[in-house]
Design a protein. Structure first.
Length: 289
């Protein structure tokens, strides 16, 4: 895939004092607090000095760094949620649902290795943010302007982007509603925000969560082929109505949802009780402002 040779740098702010950062091709500097940010493998580490990462955040960061090293950055399995076929199908549907994107500035929050947002890099300026350095380094190699930064404290001014996506991140952060609020903050009025996450109304998903942390290890191991087990924090989940209400509070409009079933080629409008009980995955799209 041919990638753009030059990225139009997005404005960034200091993660410690929120002052605008001054940068050239190599460095980013804060004139206010005098902190200097040196990129590593094309990635700026814009993490605050006062690190408020919870144990859960640290667990996910270490896990995703390990997954990239073990599985490589070129497979959907590095994100654990999909096999290759279902990921490709769902990605295609979500990109189509997002709408045409050309000559825009976009952000992928929780970008992973850049497998989703790479589809936009030839016609847009695309920023990727992730807490895993291994993940965001892979995203940089795919043409994203990549930053290691917390999703709940994005180092960008208000109304920087024309659109934002959050693909399977809300269930893997300790402050998901703060992440959502930050996503809305950095998108311009009229821009589109789209997310996918586990469906909290799903009986299938509720059952998998219960079994994921069953106190009996034998039960967990026996069911692991169906409900993959790990010893980390349980994923948080949200219903469509919860996300719809939260987006409305944040000033978004035209909120719509899609339920995704298994296999992911089957989908339908979100909101219905029966459909919600059966669909393990959920996507929501909204217009900011």
């Amino acid at each position: 895939m041919h990638l753009k040779q030059k990225i139009n740098h997005s404005p960034i702010t200091c993660p410690d004092c929120s002052a605008p950062l001054v940068r050239d091709e190599e460095l980013a500097n804060c004139d206010q607090c005098k902190r200097e940010f040196v990129p590593r493998s094309g990635v700026h580490n814009l993490w605050p000095k006062i690190n408020e990462q919870t144990e859960e955040d640290l667990w996910w960061e270490e896990r995703f760094d390990k997954l990239v090293r073990e599985r490589g950055p070129d497979t959907a399995k590095v994100c654990e949620y999909y096999d290759e076929e279902s990921y490709s199908e769902k990605k295609s549907q979500l990109i189509q649902w997002m709408g045409p994107q050309k000559n825009k500035r976009l952000i992928d929050i929780g970008c992973g290795p850049g497998l989703f947002a790479k589809e936009w890099v030839n016609d847009n300026d695309v920023v990727g943010v992730d807490q895993s350095f291994e993940m965001v380094s892979a995203a940089a190699s795919r043409g994203l302007e990549a930053f290691r930064a917390p999703a709940d404290n994005l180092p960008f001014p208000d109304s920087t982007f024309d659109g934002a996506v959050l693909i399977e991140i809300l269930q893997a952060v300790s402050r998901p509603m703060t992440v959502l609020k930050e996503a809305v903050r950095v998108v311009k009025p009229g821009g589109v925000i789209m997310m996918s996450t586990h469906n909290g109304a799903s009986l299938v998903k509720r059952m998998s969560y219960a079994l994921l942390h069953h106190k009996n290890k034998l039960v967990r191991r026996l069911l692991s082929p169906v409900f993959p087990y790990h010893d980390g924090p349980a994923h948080l989940t949200f219903t469509y109505r919860e996300l719809e209400r939260e987006l409305a509070v944040l000033g978004c409009r035209e909120v719509t949802g899609q339920y995704f079933y298994l296999p992911t080629t089957y989908r339908g409008p979100a909101g219905g009780l029966l459909q919600g009980l059966l669909a393990p995955s959920l996507a929501v799209r909204a217009v900011v402002g």
